[in-house]
Design a protein around this ligand. Structure first.
Ligand code: SF4
Length: 63
């Protein structure tokens, strides 16, 4: 699957990086970036958790 973070919506809270640091990276940036592309199917539950817990609803994905 392909995972996206909308940089216009993300507020850089770091929740996604805490949930799945293999996929999301914040570092010193002001918004998270996706560092894995494509994301293997085995990560689906973690991606869904990140989608559900992102306070800004900035994360999306497509198969
Ligand atoms: S959880 Fe959402 S708002 Fe927070 S850093 Fe990740 S994408 Fe941005």
């Amino acid at each position: 699957m392909k995972v996206f973070v909308d940089p216009d919506i993300c507020m850089g809270c770091g929740v996604c990086e805490t949930i799945a640091p293999e996929i999301f990276q914040l570092g010193d940036a002001i918004h998270a970036i996706v560092i894995m592309d494509p994301v293997p199917e085995s990560y689906r539950d973690l991606v869904q958790q990140a989608v559900d817990e992102c306070p800004e609803e900035a994360i999306s994905f497509e198969d």
